[in-house]
Design a protein around this ligand. Sequence first.
Ligand code: NAD
Ligand code: IPM
Ligand code: MN
Length: 367
Amino acid sequence: MSEYRIAVIGGDGVGPEVVAAGMGVLDTAASGFSLAWEHLPWGSDYYQANGVMMPADGLAVLDRFDAIYLGAVGRPDVPDHVTLWGLLLPIRQRFDLYLNVRPVRLLPGVLSPLRDRGPADIDMIVVRENSEGEYAGVGGRAHAGHPAEVGIQVDVFTRAGVERVARYSFGLARSRRGRLASITKSNASPHHFVMWDEIVEEVHRDFPDVQLDRILVDAAAAYMISSPDRFDVVVASNLFGDILTDIGAVIQGGMGMAASANITPDRSKPGMFEPVHGSAPDIAGTGRANPVGAVWAGAMMLDHLGETAAGRAVMAAVEEMLATTGIRTPDLGGTATTSEVGQELQRALRAAGVSRPAGRLPRRPPA
Ligand code: NAD
Ligand code: IPM
Ligand code: MN
């Protein structure tokens, strides 16, 4: 029987709450394999005690796992750039998890704030470039506090970086409804985004069956609201993908509904699976956090590990709960707590029984 070693970084705020619910659900879905969870106490508490978000060998520790299941990091008493550049962003960047795959799907039984929109209208996947662009981390400040102070943050786009995210996105579009929207701001940024457009056009030649739409990010933000049905696969830079997927989360029912997978398709490094939302300090500790995004991210983790049947079973349980019961957290109009939703999903999984898994997709040893 396969055993997968999963590093759990609950993190801050609602992070540990949603991840705990998710772990219970994933354990219940595990049939023919098991999940060996190891909790890593990294995050803002760790920072207050040690002055760093994770130990110096943190990435080497994570590299020994099959996957990383993360809640959220960020707390009002630690500057956000310290938290995020101390933990989340180095994992994405140093492990070269260059794909941040974020489904935006309105599940039956969930009300979108978009009037008259149902599940048939909202079903897209945003592929967010996850290793460079606006998040390259290049820049600096000079003359601090002086009237001549400058702050510089440089966007870094590479041909290789754009090409690989484009190629994955075209392939994904081919496996779905055959439509790819490439999002830039190449009217105002005539250097990197024009290069992005050119490279996307080049890759398109290998996917002539996929319809390519080039959409400027401001218009794309509007279309997400006015006509979400025009989107199938969306490929965007790191920052634009970040912003568009918060819009995506809201149109699929709220921040608590959205999931994300940080992966490299060659599986040379552990993928990191997390809800799209943050630590939600405003509701932390109240039991009001919706765990569906975290559970969904867990289903994506099972899928990435090759346990596709278990991943599908988890999503079927989520869909059944939302479509046939009133059990949901307050953000969706219910009264259930985070853990009650987790319990209900476990019950649904046990009632359904889980079919045999598809089998292990091993990580490749580093080159
Ligand atoms: P947020 O996503 O934490 O919260 C935005 C709003 O969504 C809040 O009203 C919150 O209550 C609500 N919300 C979030 N998750 C929810 C859930 N599961 N169920 C119900 N409602 C939910 O965004 P923010 O307030 O901008 O950020 C808070 C902190 O989290 C900051 O420190 C930020 O840097 C950090 N953050 C971390 C991650 C991450 O670790 N991946 C992602 C985003 C933000
Ligand atoms: C997300 C988050 C992160 C991001 C922050 C916390 C750095 O907003 O995963 O969407 O911008 O990538
Ligand atoms: Mn975000």
